[in-house]
Write a protein that binds this ligand. Sequence first.
Ligand SMILES: Nc1ncnc2c1ncn2[C@@H]1O[C@H](COP(=O)(O)OP(=O)(O)O)[C@@H](O)[C@H]1O
Ligand SMILES: [Mg+2]
Length: 317
Amino acid sequence: MSNPMHTRKNGRINVVLNHKQNKQEQTSNPLLLTEEEKEKHQILENFEKELEEYVGLGEVKRLIKEIYAWLYINRCREGHGLKTSKQVFHMIFKGNPGTGKTTVARLIAKFFHEMEVLAKGQLIEVERADLVGEYIGHTAQKTREVIKKASGGVLFIDEAYSLSRGGEKDFGKEAIDTLVKAMEDQQHDFVLILAGYSREMDYFLSLNPGLPSRFPIAIDFPNYTTDELMEMVRRMINEREYELTMESERHVKEHLKKLKLEQERTFSNGRYIRNIIEEAIRIQAVRLLRQGLYDRDSLVTIMKEDFNFDTSHVKLN
Ligand SMILES: Nc1ncnc2c1ncn2[C@@H]1O[C@H](COP(=O)(O)OP(=O)(O)O)[C@@H](O)[C@H]1O
Ligand SMILES: [Mg+2]
């Protein structure tokens, strides 16, 4: 196998996001070389540009390229009266909080809309409580309503494993059955993405043997590395027209290293980064008021003391 991170088992695509490896692949192996090609494949070109704004996510970038090529070639084959393969795009997203699952789902919804796979391209994000009702028949009704809303777009079920929480008697099972039925009856009408912690999702799929084969694409979202988190910090800071001092940058990096070790499973990755940046901006504002500093330099500078890393705060994220 040339790429151990990307395996095919029983026709199922299994993707593990390997950020470093794929950054290299992206640059060393571009699909669109000439201006003419770029113009012809404008949708892919634009989409790749949009994805570049995100740190890592190398395998998502590669998968999009693969799906684009597949759709394009299928259309060319259609034009020649050749057989085309059946396209099912339901997906499983596995990973810890803040690893980019919802972000990617939203981008994929938009991509499928532009590619005319989905009529509308909206993302409907739900969780167990939005699907499961309180009496017999209520769940099927609630789930059908959600599916109707997602028609023409992506239905994203977060922490989907919780639908199997209560076993056979639980109404969660009724939600799963309703979803499976809709996947058969309205096959090309919506894309279903089930998301959740890796271990729980694997267990969930093992409890529902009919499910795995209905999801041809599985993507693993590993925790970001410290370097990737720092890259996110820099981008978020710059986007907002702020700057970090060398000292504050070192301070954040040391903190992230420590936190990643302490919170292996609960660490909320990109969400945590966004929260500490937004909080630092508020703390800086209070500091500037207190110090009466309103010059340009002070307004853009985030100092070490603007980060509040005490443990009570960490637990909130
Ligand atoms: N690769 C990334 N690049 C930049 N920001 C990211 C990235 N992944 C996640 N984030 C940030 O983290 C936040 C949480 O991401 P989200 O997609 O909601 O994660 P999940 O759905 O896995 O919990 C997003 O608002 C986004 O700002
Ligand atoms: Mg999410």
